[in-house]
Write a protein that binds this ligand. Sequence first.
Ligand code: F6R
Length: 614
Amino acid sequence: MCGIVGYIGGKQAAPILIDGLARLEYRGYDSAGIAVIEPGSALIVRKAPGKLSALVDSLKGATPEGFSGIGHTRWATHGSPTEANAHPHTDCSQQVVVVHNGIVENYLALKEDLQKQGHPFASETDTEVIPHLIESYMTEGVGFEEAVRLTAQRIQGAQAVVALHVKDKGRLVAFRLGNAGGITVGYGNGEMFLASDLPALLPYTSQVAFLAPGEMVTIDAADARFRSIKGPAIRKYPQAAPYDSVAIAKEGFRHFMLKEIMEQPSMVHRAIGGKVSFEPADVHLPGFPFTDPQVREINRVVLTGMGTSLYACMVGRTYMEHIAGIPAEADNASELRYRGPILDDRTLVVSVSQSGETADTLAAMEEAARQGAKQITICNVEGSQSTRMAHGTVFIGVGPEIGVASTKCLTGALAALYLLAVRLGKARGFLNQGRVESLLNDLASVPRLIGQALEQEHLCERLSQKYGDAFNFLFLGRGINMPIAMEGALKLKEVSYIHAEGYPAGEMKHGPIALIDKSMPTVALAPSDALHDKMRSNIEEVKARGGKVIAVVTQGQHDLADIADDLIEVPLSPYLVSPMVHVAPLQLLAYYFAIKRGCDVDQPRNLAKTVTVE
Ligand code: F6R
């Protein structure tokens, strides 16, 4: 979850490290720190609790000088967000300095051993065992790079580490274990970079290489050498980075979240553009790995993911059933991995992950692989771990998502799941050509429909003023829009810190109705579809108990005008694509509620963009 950067070259390292950390702050912002080796070989470590701005303020313009260094922005796991727990961490002699992402699962045993050997510890973190272990190998006469490699063999759990040694300031050594986020190597001209994520590197280089689990890299100002943690050298060459830095700037929007909500029409258009043709109507998924006979063997689809990606899976379940004609289920990855699920080679496991690095989703994929299931991942990050683990990938393709709360990746993932279902349905003979054409026409209308739904931005802002003092919200939906109600509640919780519950509307009478009074507004998704009358009954039930209702309805549908307190009108949308349209006003409501309450929209408290720990 934490962000890592490293630099070595002919320029001052500290400004580059701080700039890189600013681009990675979405990964964690509990504390930040940098370590730079000065030309006289003094190690300068500066760290501060809180956001990166607190570190920058604490430097008071006196930025450490030196040509190699490492930096870190932290999402706390072991130890509270204090200066002592902030990274980088050093050994006893202040010679070895380390930044770390992930969890050292056996740190208690290692710490006890090291303490017995006389190593004092200055923090409550698991990370601190790493520099001390490196130091203890070096006191036995082992060189720095080898000491890092041996340390990588001693620690357990998924993690990424970058280490620097004062007497070896011309080199940075990094390794990756398991799936706790990656290490990307950036190639410059007479300078080299390391980062946990691409956005930190893109202003400096477009040539990158990715570290796989079990690999390590040593960089100097000119090049990178890769090897397995087990020992043998690995050949790896730089490749073009998949994103450009222009795409990740805010482009005039006040927040990334608003930019990413508003760019959904163009991004979804871009995402489906290359995957669909119309004469004849067909779907082209370059990363789809199975032959038609293999597809016909599939008798069940299990969709899995976490958070917003899980809600995408829940909509995807309907796509698999209605479009592909295959029995489907959707399951939270953190539950699936431990439940002892029954999977086999006739099961298709579809994992959804914006980042491709979510620990629980990757663990569920590992379990699926162990049981021989076929696997496809729906992912937005090329080269990420889930894309390497699955048999094939459908790229979401909506460009980098920087706002911590996921928005455009949900609509993009839904489009990808829809296309996957069409591909499967066609191969299974479940869809005739006419149905393929009408399904793809419906999908092609989505960018326009989302654009129309986003025209309700100002209404959503006004509603945030009207209801912004409420402490609790209920979100209700039915059918394919039920997961969207849950997503609306999640978005509101995440960015505005208002307590919200998302429920299938039919479940309301089985408990949640007890909460309803005039202080708990309900957002009801009640478009003109086959379940509209059922939703109207639920809205009546809320009103009968004095509750306030904001109803999301289809434009021109007036039957709720006298019942609901406020209407948000969205365009009439084909049922199967309607979640991509109906989610837009809920995203805007969450955004404007957060603004009204003065919350930090792009960096909500306690959250991180990529959850690489369990
Ligand atoms: C919510 C959100 C999270 C993620 C979840 C999974 O706005 O962003 O709930 O959806 O952490 O992340 P990915 O999709 O990267 O696996």
